[in-house]
Ligand binder design. Structure first.
Ligand code: SF4
Length: 283
């Protein structure tokens, strides 16, 4: 399986989320919708060097905010120039989805865009406000339902540990609530790692934000997973995560819970990441 990423936008139009370390370099701070000409130059390059690609990703923090006509032309190019485009996906901010008209989304789906990845991060209204996500839980729910109603597969990202010690309980309750309400096709768990170029780093240094320990993160995930009443595929396979597993809900819920339970109780038995030490997990 070969994948190709086509940058549709550069930078982030929002760029305020406190946990985010992307686009903080002054040279990368400015948001830009790339021109059709630039995008098509890239497509031609991909065509000549990666003609066997089967998976395509419309890249950038906000690809869907680009003009629908440009996006449809890109999708058409992929379908006409690659013998077997199997899967085309894109990131989307919930606000971009809400701004697109229904008929524009239907068009994108008809032209071959199949999956939308959306970072919901948490279901807590106060946490979303605190981390300056710029969106409310209700707007996330509306955007998610709109996407699914238009026929797309929806994959949502949740950030474990986002509430720190103070808001972990609220993060668990509200994230479970929003996932049960949306019922996305896919749920991807990521773990918060606070990098020096993210605004949250200073809060952590000042003691305003108290990071969860690895075991607390795993317990948070356990609590969310346990209460999910959805039919979704779960992916806990990101480099940021303390363990690695995937499974389908509801069938494999118990199996996934017991993986988490085992690592919570016996971290030395379940180390899946080579760079993690038992001491680190037992902190
Ligand atoms: S998380 Fe996404 S929307 Fe928020 S600042 Fe980072 S790239 Fe932008």
């Amino acid at each position: 399986m070969y994948s190709a990423s086509i940058e549709i936008t550069e930078g982030c139009a929002w760029n305020l989320c406190t946990f985010c370390w992307l686009y903080k370099d002054p040279r990368a701070q400015f948001f830009r919708k790339r021109s059709r000409t630039d995008i098509f130059k890239d497509l031609e390059r991909i065509k000549s060097s990666l003609s066997f690609a089967t998976n395509f990703f419309l890249g950038g923090s906000s690809a869907i905010s680009s003009e629908t006509k440009v996006l449809c032309d890109v999708l058409q190019f992929i379908n006409q120039n690659f013998p077997h485009p199997q899967h085309i996906s894109s990131y989307a901010r919930a606000s971009d989805i809400l701004e697109k008209k229904n008929d524009e989304l239907i068009k994108l789906h008809d032209y071959g865009l199949q999956t939308i990845y959306m970072g919901i991060e948490t279901g807590s209204a106060s946490l979303l406000k605190m981390c300056k996500k710029g969106i409310t839980p209700e707007e996330i729910i509306n955007a998610s339902k709109k996407v699914m109603h238009m026929g797309f597969k929806l994959s949502v990202n949740v950030i474990l540990g986002l509430g720190g010690k103070k808001f972990s309980k609220e993060h668990i309750i509200e994230t479970t609530r929003i996932l049960n309400s949306i019922k996305p096709h896919m749920i991807r768990f990521r773990t918060l790692h606070i990098l020096p170029n993210s605004p949250l780093y200073l809060d952590m240094l000042l003691g305003i934000f108290k990071e969860l320990r690895p075991r607390e993160v795993l317990k948070e995930e356990y609590s969310i997973l346990k209460e999910l009443r959805v039919t979704s595929d779960v992916f806990n396979d990101h480099l940021s995560n303390y363990t690695n597993f995937c499974g389908s809900l509801p069938e494999e819920k118990n199996e996934m819970l017991s993986i988490l339970e085992n690592i919570i109780n016996n971290p030395h038995k379940m180390l899946s990441r080579k760079d993690l030490t038992v001491e680190f997990l037992e902190r």
